[in-house]
Design a protein around this ligand. Structure first.
Ligand SMILES: NC(=O)c1ccc[n+]([C@@H]2O[C@H](COP(=O)([O-])OP(=O)(O)OC[C@H]3O[C@@H](n4cnc5c(N)ncnc54)[C@H](OP(=O)(O)O)[C@@H]3O)[C@@H](O)[C@H]2O)c1
Length: 220
């Protein structure tokens, strides 16, 4: 019997895009996968998160992921935009980390964005809240070292999902401007997560892994 089948993986935002690719790869590795869409948990609604946590109070692997905010000019951002995405991309994740028990030697993956390293002038809500969340995640990681919880912040550049199709009008033209001439394949992120958990890679804990095809020029 494959021992993974006794382990539960909860993928928030696991119904499409990067989250779906992680869900499918963990299913291939025989984990018991709960792949959530907004029907199961909507992280912009604290009520929805609390309801979800009543039914789901433990896991071996959790992926913190959901939809991204739209690009907006600095002066167009309203208080309510901050509130909605603060709930969606920060407070809900905090509540999940606080209330969902990750079993000893478990894993947390957080899908942030490569713009945490280089904020631009339009995805301001995204880069600000994901930077804050990256800091919170590091604190969580430090607080859970003794329990062997491995925490990895995955910071993607452009990957071929619905999200990118919403942000980019001409994909071919966009790809030509990228350092590799190619947009990322979501399956690579799924395979990476599978590799880490199947091989019980632990010492990477607390790291941010940039999956951006060399868009950021820094080696740090
Ligand atoms: N793709 C990229 O190039 C890229 C680059 C950097 C960062 N990111 C970030 O990575 C995350 C995943 O991106 P993606 O490209 O995989 O997006 P996607 O293809 O649009 O998929 C988003 C997933 O999140 C779920 N979701 C959306 N809003 C949610 C909410 N309020 N609460 C809970 N779940 C929610 C969706 O569920 P439904 O099925 O219910 O819609 C879906 O499963 C996003 O935060 C995105 O901004 C993506």
């Amino acid at each position: 019997m494959n021992l993974n089948s006794k382990k539960k993986a909860i993928i928030i935002g696991g119904s499409q895009g990067l989250g779906k690719s992680i869900s499918e790869n963990l299913k291939l590795a025989k984990f018991k996968v709960v792949a959530c869409s907004r029907k199961e948990i909507d992280t912009s609604s604290i009520t929805s998160v609390e309801k979800f946590l009543k039914k789901n109070n433990f896991a071996d692997i959790v992926v913190l992921n959901s939809g991204g905010p739209p690009p907006m000019k600095f002066n167009d951002i309203k208080i309510n935009d901050w509130k909605k995405y603060f709930n969606q991309l920060f407070l809900s994740y905090f509540l999940i980390l606080k209330n969902l028990k990750i079993k000893k030697n478990g894993y947390i993956f957080y899908i942030s964005s490569s713009i945490i390293k280089e904020p631009g002038n339009s995805l301001i809500i995204s880069s600000s809240l994901r930077s804050a969340m990256s800091s919170l995640l590091k604190s969580y990681s430090l607080n859970n070292l003794k329990r062997g919880i491995t925490v990895i912040n995955i910071a993607p550049g452009p990957f071929k999902t619905k999200r990118v199709r919403e942000l980019v009008s001409n994909l071919k033209k966009f790809e030509k401007q990228l350092p590799t001439g190619k947009i990322g394949d979501p399956n690579e992120i799924g395979k990476f997560v599978r590799f880490i958990v199947e091989n019980k890679i632990k010492y990477i804990s607390g790291s941010t892994v940039y999956f951006d095809g060399n868009i950021n020029k820094s080696f740090l």
